[in-house]
Write a protein that binds this ligand. Structure first.
Ligand code: TEU
Ligand code: CA
Length: 590
């Protein structure tokens, strides 16, 4: 099997711009701040930077609600700042992909404003529906169906001007675009081409798996009057989750192929990665096929699937009432992602992003600094030596932890706050339980300011700045920060640097076959990569207690004899120590 493409050797780094680096003292990260920190990323070995949205936006969902796709929000800077960032990144050998949010726009986008006024050119660009007959006037209970928004409340919002509701899977300031409308699709592709021509290297596509909705033969959504499609079951809050009728819908492939044609055909060196909750491995292999049946059926380069971050055993309150999420349950999910690669597609590899808790707090141990460092490295090792393209979320390379907040007022995330009021209000969770849930899985855990050093605001902004960062800095910036790590060969940062360098230089790491070992071991995560006569064994004790080297791994090591070990490539302990542990058949914690 040969090189699928350049991205087999590449590592992507996600930047959440408002939390990365502030340069003008307003408490918000900005584009000049990113440009200023590019040498840090180049030194780490980053190949591609993914920027969370920096477009013009009312910031209801931190930029995932875009009011002008072809401008930069003043909070982040200007188009000229963006051009400078692109030029600097390119001169340092790094590509830049932007976030493409086209399942929905902001309700302040002029497309939506015109649609709302029934302007014939835009009337059909969003998902408008009539109130239930007999309930004209948008009264309570008149919603077209019982769908609820993922961010709480009804998924329908009444607009008196049109005498209709519009559909929004996310907040009511994020109306879903109507992908059935070809003019709308052409406008999206034109916008994408405009950015590609400006020098952007591709897109991370927000909830791209949700753009094609299920309609009946007459074009009616499930549950609306006379629809042939049945309504699914309501949750305890009385709402029906629209996900199953939006995810991987009937026209998804058609739209993605059309997009590829309109934007990427004939271009080179770009990257497309689709955020694709709800897509199966078989479908992911089709969507990402490197050699699709016909050239015109090319869709996306790789996807983000969410099985491994959704392994939770849920109590009441869904993800806010999570009972447990053991790391051993991640293994079958990653195996599933490898099956996509096996079938001729490709996969991304990630543990963290701006919507997830920090991996070291979730699956590692952040209770002492020594354990934090060891467990962050163990997690990095397991992820980065898989076959696929690894993604690092800002601060993950430092072993940054969840936020240390103790009060609801310290959080900003609309999802956490809306769901707090909804679930506590309905008596599903107590205030204490919900706060504990937010502390464990809330999205602000990943959004605290980047910890550059141990100064007042962690170097996120100038020490003499007037304005505090938009979200409080974690007090552990005192010892968890970049300045303390970049020159320390034992740091989490140094470990990431080693793993990235390995992917750049080793064909075995980039292209070798992957197979799991000792699948039922509850502590040790083991797999082997092989290419030609080279083999790399990856062995990680993902627990806080010593664990036996499991049988299949031990057999591969020649029963633990020193001669079977070969070269120790990268490890959490010195090479001699690793050999001793393997001979004794016991791995130290993490
Ligand atoms: O997230 C989509 C998504 O599925 C998330 O809702 C995720 O499952 C959830 O946040 C976990 O709590 C994307 C963006 O990454 C997210 O930041 C946006 O809020 C959302 O789309 C709407 O654009
Ligand atoms: Ca700023």
């Amino acid at each position: 099997k040969e090189a699928p493409s350049w991205w087999a050797n590449a590592v992507v780094y996600q930047i959440y711009p408002r939390s990365f680096q502030d340069t003008n003292g307003d408490g918000m990260g900005d584009l000049p701040g990113i440009t200023q920190r590019l040498p840090y990323l180049a030194d780490l070995g980053v190949d591609v930077i993914w920027l969370s949205p920096v477009y013009k936006s009312p910031q209801d969902d931190n930029g995932y609600d875009i009011s002008d796709y072809q401008d930069i929000d003043p909070m982040f800077g200007t188009l000229e700042d963006m051009d400078e960032l692109l030029a600097e990144a390119h001169s340092l050998g790094m590509k830049v992909v932007m976030d493409l949010v086209v399942n929905h726009t902001s309700d302040e986008h002029n497309w939506f404003e015109k649609s709302k006024q029934n302007d014939p050119a835009y009337a059909d660009w969003y998902m408008w529906a009539d109130p239930k007959p007999g309930h004209e006037g948008g009264t309570e209970g008149a919603e077209p169906n019982a769908w609820g928004s993922y961010f709480g409340g009804s998924a329908w919002e009444w607009v008196p001007e049109r005498g209709q509701y519009y559909f929004h899977q996310f907040s009511k300031k994020q109306p879903d675009l109507n992908w059935q409308n070809e003019d709308m699709r052409r406008a999206v592709y034109a916008m994408m081409n405009w950015w590609m021509d400006r020098g952007v290297d591709g897109f991370r596509m927000d909830v791209i798996s949700l753009i094609s909705k299920r309609y009946d033969d007459e074009g009616r959504l499930p549950g609306v009057p006379n629809s042939q499609l049945p309504m699914r079951e309501a949750g305890p809050d009385g709402y029906v989750n629209p996900f199953a009728d939006c995810s991987d819908g009937p026209r998804l492939d058609e739209f993605l192929q059309e997009m590829h044609h309109a934007v990427f055909d004939g271009r080179d060196g770009y990257l497309t990665v689709g955020e694709a909750p709800g897509i199966s491995a078989d479908r992911a292999a089709e969507v990402t096929a490197l050699a699709p049946a016909a050239p015109q059926s090319r869709e996306l380069d790789m996807l983000f699937l969410f099985d491994h971050v959704d392994i939770n055993t849920y109590g009441p309150g869904g993800k806010w009432g999570v009972v447990e999420q053991p790391f051993k349950d991640v293994r079958p999910c990653l195996k599933k992602y490898e099956s996509i690669v096996e079938k001729g597609g490709w996969t991304s590899l990630f543990f963290c992003n701006h919507d997830q808790p920090r991996s070291v707090s979730r699956w590692g141990d952040d209770s002492t600094d020594a354990l934090r460092i060891r467990s962050a490295k163990a997690l990095a090792l397991v992820l980065h030596l898989h076959k696929g393209t690894p993604y690092i979320y800002q601060g993950e390379e430092l072993g940054m932890t969840n936020a240390d907040y103790t009060r609801l007022e310290q959080y900003e995330d609309l999802e956490s706050i809306n769901m707090y009021h909804q679930l506590v209000g309905a008596g599903v969770l107590t205030a204490e339980q919900m706060l504990a849930g937010i502390q464990r899985v809330g999205r602000d855990n990943a959004r605290t300011p980047m910890q550059w050093d141990d100064t007042r605001y962690a170097g996120f902004e100038a020490a003499d700045a007037e304005c505090a960062p938009w979200l409080e800095v974690n007090a552990n910036k005192a010892f968890v920060n970049a300045a303390a790590q970049v020159n320390d060969p034992e740091s989490v940062h140094a470990f990431y640097k080693k793993l990235i360098a390995l992917r750049h230089t080793s064909e075995l790491v980039a292209l070798g076959d992957w197979s799991v070992l000792d699948e039922s071991d509850s502590s040790v995560y083991a797999y082997v990569r092989s290419r030609g006569d080279e083999r790399l064994l990856v062995l990680a004790n993902m627990s806080g207690a010593p664990a036996a080297v499991p049988a299949e791994a031990a057999a591969l090591l020649g029963g633990g004899s020193e001669s079977g070990v070969g070269e120790v490539v990268v490890a959490n302990d010195p090479a001699d120590d690793v050999r001793a542990q393997l001979s004794a058949g016991t791995l130290q914690a993490w």
